[in-house]
Design a protein around this ligand. Structure first.
Ligand SMILES: Nc1ncnc2c1ncn2[C@@H]1O[C@H](COP(=O)(O)OP(=O)(O)O)[C@@H](O)[C@H]1O
Ligand SMILES: C[C@@](O)(CCOP(=O)(O)O)CC(=O)O
Length: 310
């Protein structure tokens, strides 16, 4: 029996600290939830529907509606009218498609009278993510649904969703996220890398394995409170991402800016390519955010894990 939906649900954005792209090939990645994300609002209606802003392109509308209806059908198309309120830059590498998927999944589950547990919301969001990405690793929506720092690994040899192990941090894990350059869709960047790795598999697999090791080492550094060790792993990871052809002058410049402002480590985050998001690990992010904002850079800070100031 369907119940009245809640007024609002939320899907968190995510930031990958270590291991994007290599996670698609079965290696672990370290990712945490952002406090910024996408809100979904729901009102009771005659049929299940999604309303979209007029500013979206025809292709984007078709993709998002297709993803929403795919998830809606799986929960019996509950009678709710859903609208979205994004707080995240779209297609920047911060998991906006996963955030929108988790927000919609939670709304659909509630409207269908079901408990929106992280597992259930994650499962439904995964269905939507496949419409956006084609072959997502699952790291984005799993981090968004669980809202915890995770060492995530794709299920081996299957297209099924993988598993995240919660990584506890005894220290606050605080980052600055800054945007640089123009980004192309994740699907395109992931597809181009897939072609290169198919052509030179050994060369590329070697680098993917190195990135996976950095992610595991980074998770251990977090658990030991060794933020300097985590930062160093992020810097090395950036070098490997550049070696894979996933960085750009705009991203590199922002990485060096964040390091110049005192980041313990800085790298691109998400799919990369011509532009997108850069993440820097900071003990005190506020002065860096102030300085970047004064220079006209779009940026914000977030705490991914660890004890919070009361
Ligand atoms: N709030 C939103 N409203 C509409 N579409 C959204 C929203 N958030 C994400 N999307 C969809 O997700 C796509 C971005 O996904 P993707 O390229 O994977 O970038 P990201 O790195 O942000 O996940 C957009 O093209 C759009 O179709
Ligand atoms: C490049 C990748 O590892 C992360 C993509 O993140 P985003 O869509 O750019 O936020 C792809 C994936 O994990 O499916």
């Amino acid at each position: 029996m369907a119940t009245s939906p809640p007024l609002s649900t939320f899907g968190a954005g995510k930031v990958i600290l270590l291991g994007e792209h290599s996670v698609v090939y079965g290696h672990p990645a370290l990712a945490g939830p952002l406090s910024q994300g996408v809100k979904a609002r729901g009102v009771p209606a005659r049929k299940c529907q999604l309303t979209l802003p007029a500013t979206m392109s025809r292709a984007q509308r078709a993709q998002l509606t297709g993803a929403f209806l795919r998830a809606a059908r799986l929960v019996g198309e509950p009678p709710v009218k859903v609208s979205l309120d994004p707080e995240l830059p779209l297609s920047a590498g911060l998991g906006s498609s996963a955030a929108v998927s988790v927000a919609c999944a939670r709304m659909l589950l509630c409207a269908a009278g079901r408990e929106p547990t992280p597992k259930e919301a994650g499962r439904l969001a995964w269905e939507m993510e496949q419409e956006f990405h084609g072959t997502p690793s699952g790291v984005d929506h799993t981090t968004s649904a669980h809202e915890q720092l995770l060492l995530y690994r794709r299920a081996p040899g299957s297209s099924d969703v993988g598993r995240g192990k919660v990584v506890d941090s005894p220290r606050p894990l605080r980052v600055v996220v800054a945007l640089a350059g123009e980004r192309s869709p994740t699907k395109k960047t992931v597809g181009a890398l897939r072609e290169r790795q198919a052509r030179w598999p050994e060369r590329y697999q070697r680098l993917f394995a190195q990135m996976g090791k950095l992610a595991s080492e980074g998770a251990r550094a977090v658990e030991a409170g060794d933020l300097e060790g985590l930062g160093d792993a992020m810097n090395v990871n950036q070098g490997l991402l550049a070696a894979l052809g996933l960085s750009s002058p705009a991203l590199e410049e922002m990485v060096y800016r964040l390091r110049g402002l005192g980041a313990l480590g800085a790298k691109l985050t998400g799919a990369g390519g011509d532009g997108g998001a850069v993440v820097g690990l900071f003990l005190e992010p506020e002065p860096a955010v102030d300085q970047l904002t004064r220079l006209g850079v779009r940026c914000f800070s977030s705490q991914l894990a660890g004890p919070r100031a009361t």
